[in-house]
Design a protein around this ligand. Structure first.
Ligand code: FES
Ligand SMILES: [Fe+2]
Length: 340
């Protein structure tokens, strides 16, 4: 099941691989998605592109890791020196006239993946079975358009491990039933009274809208495959993912965005600390739930405030069914799926 999540299920979606502020025209950036090394390039005057970071000759990777894009005109493989441009075309191979068979450079392009900019992020699709990015981000485009496109600076980011299956963490972040109880002094303060909660659903997204105490709307989007976007009325964005790792572990990745010059470094640090405080409250709960699910366990009934969880679980169930994985198996052993 775990392999299915990170291979088959993941292939149906786009993945945010870098902040747009981390790559500029003429640069290359190495990123990793679900353990797959990729290269992002931005040929000057064109759009960013994504390639598997794997030399077509003997599979060696091109560059050492760097946190942000590095200026680059040519990608030169460290093994035998095959040299590529930022469009993935082979420009030269060493001793090109001496291959055992006819050698045509045009047959040895880098393997390319679909790549797009949307909002403050660069997205890639791992296969051609992926939804369109428009479908995947539909409610964001209609409900958060202004902030989504304006908050282009990555202010802070954080990655950490959770000792639970990613589905438990994802469910938790879609769970609007627990906020007032589990986060009384953190998230609950931003989201305000439960009676004012409003839900909205599109085919692949869901949204909790609440009036922010400082005025305006506070928006919490749930997105496939395992993501969340929080939008503050002042235009700040938090993008949160729970990425599969082991059956009982996942990686939590948080990125905080705002418009350039919107925040000094102290305020950005404070914001990150507030986010990590609230996520620490969730960590204790989801890791405990992972334990609770380990032995025979029949979960309680869903609450109206858990409708976003049911919506997402419906999408996940569709994926299982379309892969021929029995729904009976799932309904009898929903928790097995959560764990595995
Ligand atoms: S592996 Fe890259 S040139 Fe041989
Ligand atoms: Fe929570």
């Amino acid at each position: 099941m775990h392999q299915w999540d990170s291979h088959t299920y993941a292939n149906h979606y786009w993945h945010p691989v870098a902040a747009i502020s981390h790559l500029h025209p003429g640069e290359v950036l190495e990123v990793t998605v679900l353990d797959q090394p990729l290269l992002l390039t931005w040929p000057t005057g064109e759009q960013p592109r994504a390639f598997r970071n794997r030399c077509p000759h003997r599979g060696v990777a091109f560059r050492p890791r760097a946190e942000t894009g590095q200026p680059c005109r040519r990608l030169i493989c460290p093994y035998h020196g095959w040299t590529y441009d930022l469009r993935g075309e082979l420009l030269a191979a060493a001793r090109e006239a001496e291959f055992e068979q006819n050698f045509d450079r045009r047959e040895w392009r880098l393997q390319e993946l679909a790549c797009r900019i949307d909002g403050p992020l660069i997205w890639i699709a791992l296969s051609d079975q992926a939804l369109t990015l428009e479908e995947q981000l539909q409610l964001i485009h209609t409900e958060a358009g202004g902030a989504w496109n304006a908050a282009s600076d990555l202010l802070r980011q954080s990655r950490s491990n959770l000792a639970c299956n990613w589905k438990i963490a994802h469910d938790n972040t879609l769970d609007d039933y627990h906020v007032a109880i589990a986060h009384p002094t953190t998230l609950h303060r931003e989201q305000g009274p439960v009676r004012d909660y409003r839900h909205r659903f599109s085919r692949h997204n869901n949204l909790l809208e609440t009036p922010h105490p400082d005025g305006g709307r506070f928006l919490t989007f749930g997105l496939p495959p395992w993501s969340h976007l929080l939008v503050w009325p002042d235009g700040r964005l938090a993008f949160l993912e729970f990425i599969p790792d082991q059956p009982d572990r996942c990686t939590m990745q948080l990125r905080l965005f705002a418009t350039s010059d919107a925040m000094d470094s102290t305020s950005a640090d404070t914001w990150l600390m507030q986010m990590l405080t609230f996520l620490e409250e969730d960590k204790a709960l989801v890791e405990s739930a992972q334990h609770g699910y380990q032995d025979e366990f029949k979960p309680g009934p869903p609450h109206r405030l858990e409708r976003r969880i049911l919506h997402w679980q419906g999408l996940y169930r569709e994926r299982l069914e379309s892969a021929g994985i029995s729904i009976v198996e799932r309904s009898q052993e929903a928790i097995f799926v959560l764990r595995s």
